[in-house]
Design a protein around this ligand. Structure first.
Ligand SMILES: [Zn+2]
Length: 140
């Protein structure tokens, strides 16, 4: 998707309305209109980046500072015991809008029933863990 056809860039430009939560020079936070849970907020940089890999350090810091601020407001304002911070990169990770964004999802497990955010920790295969470790380190 090109920057010209990006729904989040249109929101930043004011061409498409949003339920704005917060805005500063670099970032915008707004309600997700397809919420995973009530109170689901998205935080984006105002500059278009497809995903984490292209983000500049300044905008990366700005988005996560805004995420920290809004996550606190979700916990306090909605009286929630937790908030999940979720960020997807690439179609293989189910990224739908190709403009970097952070999901802030209020959590009150187990009764909220958001299964995608639930998993039971279980020991992995050490050989597989070491193999993936080596490939990731080799790519650094
Ligand atoms: Zn965009």
């Amino acid at each position: 998707m090109s920057e010209e056809a990006c729904i989040f860039c249109d929101i930043v430009a004011g061409k498409v309305p949003c339920h704005k939560v917060y805005e500063d020079d670099r970032t915008l936070a707004f309600m997700d209109i397809n919420p995973v849970a009530p109170g689901h907020v998205l935080v984006i940089p105002k500059t278009h980046y497809e995903n984490l890999l292209g983000l500049t350090p300044g905008d990366l810091a700005a988005v996560h500072q805004t995420s920290q601020k809004i996550a606190g407001a979700i916990i306090t304002g909605l009286k929630m015991p937790g908030v999940a911070v979720l960020q997807l990169n690439g179609k293989g990770a189910n990224q739908v809008v190709m403009h970097y964004h952070v999901h802030l999802i209020p959590r009150n497990r187990p009764k909220d029933g958001i299964e995608i955010l639930e998993w039971e920790p279980k020991p992995g295969n050490t050989r597989s863990i070491k193999s993936k470790l080596q490939k990731i380190q080799d790519a650094l």
